[in-house]
Ligand binder design. Structure first.
Ligand SMILES: [Cu+2]
Length: 349
């Protein structure tokens, strides 16, 4: 039945947990509107003939509709619209909330390819390997212009923006190969910016990870070329640590829990920070990246606005590596508390 409906509406295969939800709502909306427009069309045709003007002098009698019919005409569509909204809202929450145990993959779009890096090391160009039946969270960014990551069979689509992270997630339901398209016009070869997601069974996935560890992927060097500052074999967090040292982050940030000119990196990820404006922000990948690219956008309460911007100094994979490094400094004890103030009083006070 579902396959037939897919064919009628020319929908692509459904291969993620999200696809079923999207399509159910889609069928519901399309089905109801089709039935409704058919009913309106038939009624119109019927009225043309039944109430056509028969004599030149014929007049139409004045009709006063009952409150009941008026009520019916208002409430019936309203009920449908509200139901669609409720289902859509429920699915939206599902779609925007990656499960806590999701596996992270960094995605970088650039003219005209997709690069994927896993926190554990392996990298890929245009081919994303993931295990079936496991949630995967994608952290997307772009090296140049806006791109958009679209996997029709998963019904997911998310923009990749330069200097910023966006996220989306999916759980693939069956092993296979699925197409990735860029859906934001991004220049000359936009239409050739294609990739594929290879969904592997649990066993194949384990084998693939083992193979990657042994460095058998042919384009591995190529994918890591962006991280030229650090040895190619290092894991992402280690690469991040080397980059942070190289970029002078440790002049202002410690990793032992002590505040310095800036807040400590220890336990920073996942902390609920208070800004000078009183606004509270949860420190996630997007916020850490924004702090590096545009540090003046949000200033932490109790700290001076002295952090330089790293926009243009760090490539996408480099800032992803630093984010991964800061994430690796999670500690359960320090995580929930707010940052303490700086060790010195800022000059302006
Ligand atoms: Cu693109």
């Amino acid at each position: 039945m579902n396959e037939l409906l897919n064919d009628i509406l020319f929908l692509p295969e459904r291969a993620s947990t999200f696809a079923d939800r999207v399509d159910t709502l889609h069928y519901f909306v399309v089905g109801v509107t089709m039935v409704a427009s058919l009913a309106v069309g038939t009624a119109a045709l019927f009225f043309f003939f039944r109430y056509r003007r028969r004599k030149p002098a014929q007049t139409t009698e004045y009709v006063v509709p009952s409150v009941k019919t008026e009520f019916l005409f208002v409430s019936l569509p309203l009920i449908f619209f509200l139901t669609w909204f409720a289902i859509g809202y429920r699915d939206f929450v599902f779609y925007t909330t990656p499960p806590k145990d999701a596996m992270d993959v960094y995605v970088m779009g650039k003219q005209w390819m997709w690069k994927f890096s896993y926190p554990e090391g392996p990298n890929g160009v245009n081919v994303l390997h993931v295990p079936a039946n496991r949630p995967v969270r994608l952290l997307l960014t772009s090296r140049d212009v806006i791109h958009s990551f679209f996997v029709p069979s998963f019904r997911i689509k998310m923009d990749a923006l330069p200097g910023r992270y966006t996220q989306t997630w999916f759980e693939a339901t069956k092993p296979g190969t699925y197409q990735i398209l860029c859906t934001e016009y991004c220049g000359l070869s936009h239409s050739k910016m294609l990739g594929e997601v290879v969904v592997l069974s649990a066993e194949d996935w384990d084998n693939w990870v083992k193979e990657q560890r042994q460095g058998k992927l042919p384009n591995r060097q190529d994918a890591l070329a962006d991280l030229s500052l650090v040895p190619h074999s290092a894991r992402m967090a280690e690469q991040g640590q080397a980059l942070a040292a190289n970029q002078g982050c440790f002049k202002c940030h410690t990793v032992n829990g002590e505040p310095h000119i800036g807040p400590t990196f220890l336990g920073m990820y996942g902390r609920l920070e208070t800004m000078q404006t009183g606004q509270k922000i949860l420190v996630d990948e997007a916020f850490i990246t924004q702090s590096m690219m545009d540090p003046g956008a949000y200033i932490l309460a109790g700290f001076p606005n002295v952090m330089p911007t790293y926009q243009g100094k760090l490539t996408g994979p480099q800032s992803a590596a630093i984010v991964e490094y800061i994430k690796s400094l999670r500690t359960p004890d320090i995580r929930t508390g707010a940052s303490r103030g700086p060790v010195y009083e800022p000059l302006s006070q």
